[in-house]
Design a protein. Structure first.
Length: 644
């Protein structure tokens, strides 16, 4: 490689040009962080077919483990190299306050266990958010320049082609990965996300980040005509187009609304600050043409042309079939109404994170939702969900964090004319993500890309000239303490990381696998559930329901020996989630079934049935349970199977 080519290549190295030369250990730690980040960026493509909820659990365990490793490597790097130690960051402070607010809400809420650990179906509790907070802080402290952020995003986009290719293959019914079973019953693609709406969130951000890097490098690349920048430009353009096409194939209207809102922000910001009149006119024209095209699709949905488009593309089909009286809009409206009632009942700290289902059961109305409809454990609107589950303390800290990000974005667009188009496009991507979450909620994929956004925004907090040295670190260590830490830190960090990865994350993963395994005895099933007790409540509820259904088939002589273990599992589950209506119903079912052997269980069944009725006063399942309990107490037993 010649000297000129070598100089061109080094322009793309993340820490090249730093005013501090790095020793071998610093270079090794930086390399290890980059390698771990590359693995972390695979998160959207992780699916664990051997676990319960394979599209959720695997992503969570994978990301937790790698974030813990990255955090450990960063601690060693910060101790060894003072230039990487934490600096003041309002964004990190606001993010930390939001996490603290959710902890307070969880302590004061319905179930702290659920708030902290969440469930296998969601994996989105405080434990999860703390990891993403740590990742955002590490990236903000380690990546301080726009050039470093561009490389970070470029690596993310390159790695994300793995999950993108799975989605594209699904669209053409070509299954090149054997661990995913595609479900095309909806006529929409979900890829490695499983849910089309989750995939849409990733594709939305991917398309706009690719467009941002394309826009940022377009002018300079065309002028330089160097091979590597030209190749990157082609990569960004192709990634943006494929992501956008995949987004339309998910048929997710909320994400497309986010895309349109993001485009409006890009056009508005660029038109506001550009001094080129022709560019302003072009931007405004595009801003008018795009929404007009969507409106025309809806207006002309009965035409043959639009009908042909709808047959070819999921998004067009969803647009033309949109009805505000439809089931989808109806369920979302109910969720939003319930969120409002939940907030009014507990306005300060809410019902506790991950406890929206408690409010949902309490405030749902008789007949408005069919029993076939899945229970709403989210409001499907991030701000309103926070109002319901964490009250004003969670909502205000969340909005303060986003407000600060918005201010930093506006300032970056205004103050950096050389990168104005890039900053405007990234600002639009942020707005698109926020709008997307008005129709959904955060997942591991969206929190991953949000961490990348925080790095870009936080770089705008340090308003200094390019040739100035970075500001002083928060952390100043005495010489003796620094030397001691350098020797002790690798051991301490190693212990903490191993404890996290093996002591917690591996146990979560193994417990999720054991959830699928059917034990030969109740004790064996209970032992599987006890592999990671904080996430076993749903499994215990399921065990009680299964045994209640099979109680009549069991050997009458074996039943008395099973009762103590099942009672134990019921007590553990109720201690973890005392306000879980479905759990009380499961316990009541068990006691009604077991009352054949122990008549005194009728009273316990009555207690849990009425407690479930208090928690869900207008739900069909509690009406059914009350009717069944009345039949038991009247001597009509066993009741018809459709009433059990």
């Amino acid at each position: 490689m010649g000297p000129i080519a070598d100089i061109q290549w080094r322009r793309f190295l993340p820490w090249e040009g730093s005013q501090t030369s790095h020793d071998a250990l610093t270079t090794a730690l930086i390399g290890a962080i980059w390698f771990s980040l590359g693995l972390l960026f695979l998160t959207p493509g992780v699916v664990t077919s051997s676990t319960v909820f394979p599209f959720i659990v695997g992503k969570a365990v994978w990301s937790y483990s790698l974030i813990e490793i990255i955090a450990g490597l960063y601690v060693l790097l910060a101790i060894h190299s003072p230039e990487f130690r934490p600096r003041r960051s309002v964004l990190v402070l606001l993010f930390g306050l939001h996490v603290a607010a959710l902890v307070i809400a969880g302590v004061l809420g319905s179930s702290f266990n659920l708030s902290f650990w969440s469930s296998y179906e969601r994996m989105g509790g405080i434990f999860d958010l703390v990891h993403w907070f740590v990742l955002a802080a590490v990236l903000i402290f380690a990546f301080r320049e726009l050039r470093q952020w561009k490389i970070l995003v470029a690596v993310y986009l390159a790695v994300s082609w793995y999950s993108m290719s799975i989605a594209v293959a699904e669209r053409f019914d070509y299954q090149w990965v054997g661990y995913i079973d595609f479900d095309r019953s909806l006529g929409r693609i979900g890829g490695s996300a499983g849910n089309p709406a989750f995939l849409a969130g990733q594709m939305l951000v991917n398309s706009m980040l690719s467009a941002a890097l394309f826009a940022g490098g377009f002018r300079s690349t065309l002028r330089s005509r160097r091979f590597m920048p030209m190749a990157l430009l082609v990569f960004y353009g192709v990634t943006a187009l494929v992501s956008l096409w995949t987004l339309t194939e998910t048929g997710t209207r909320g994400s497309m609304a986010g895309l349109l809102a993001g485009m409006a922000v890009i056009i508005g910001l660029y038109a506001l600050f550009t001094d080129r009149r022709r560019v302003r006119i072009l931007a405004i024209s595009i801003g008018v043409a795009v929404p007009a095209a969507v409106i025309l699709l809806f207006v002309g949905r009965d035409t043959a042309f639009v009908g042909d488009l709808a047959a070819r593309n999921s998004f067009v089909q969803r647009v033309v079939s949109t009805s505000f009286n439809g089931e989808s809009f109806g369920h979302r409206a109910i969720g939003l109404r319930i969120a409002g009632q939940a907030f009014a009942a507990r306005p300060i700290a809410g019902w506790g994170g991950e406890n929206f289902e408690v409010a949902y059961q309490r405030y749902r109305r008789e007949g408005e939702i069919s029993e076939r409809t899945p229970l709403l454990d989210r409001a499907h609107n991030k701000p309103l969900d926070l109002l319901a589950t964490s009250g004003l303390i969670g909502f205000t800290t969340y909005m303060a964090m986003w407000g600060w990000i918005g201010f930093l974005a506006f300032r970056r667009v205004r103050d950096d004319p050389d990168e104005r188009l890039l900053h405007a496009t990234v600002s639009g991507a942020l707005v698109a993500l926020f709008i997307h979450n008005l129709f959904l909620f955060d997942t591991a994929t969206t929190l991953l890309v949000f961490s990348l956004f925080t790095v870009w925004a936080a770089a705008g907090e340090r308003r200094r000239k390019p040739d100035e040295l970075p500001g002083r670190s928060w952390v100043r260590l005495p010489t003796g303490a620094s030397r001691t830490l350098r020797w002790a830190a690798p051991v301490l960090v190693g212990i903490v990381v191993v404890a996290g990865v093996y002591g917690i994350n591996w146990r979560i993963y193994r417990a999720a696998q054991l959830f699928h395994e059917t034990g030969s005895t109740v004790e064996e099933v209970a032992g599987n559930l006890d592999h990671f007790p904080p996430l076993a409540t749903f499994g215990r509820e399921r065990l009680l329901n299964v045994m209640s259904d099979r109680w009549e088939e069991l050997d009458p002589f074996e039943r008395p020996f099973m009762i103590p273990e099942l009672e134990k599992q019921a007590k553990i589950a109720l201690a973890a989630e005392p306000n879980n209506m479905e759990l009380h119903l499961a316990v009541a079912r068990f006691y009604r079934a077991a009352s054949v052997n122990e008549p005194e269980f009728i009273e316990r069944a009555r207690f849990h049935t009425h407690r479930a009725s208090e928690l869900g006063p207008e739900t069909p399942s509690t009406f059914l349970a009350l009717e069944t309990q009345e039949m038991l107490e009247s001597g009509i037993w066993p009741p018809p199977k459709d009433l059990r």
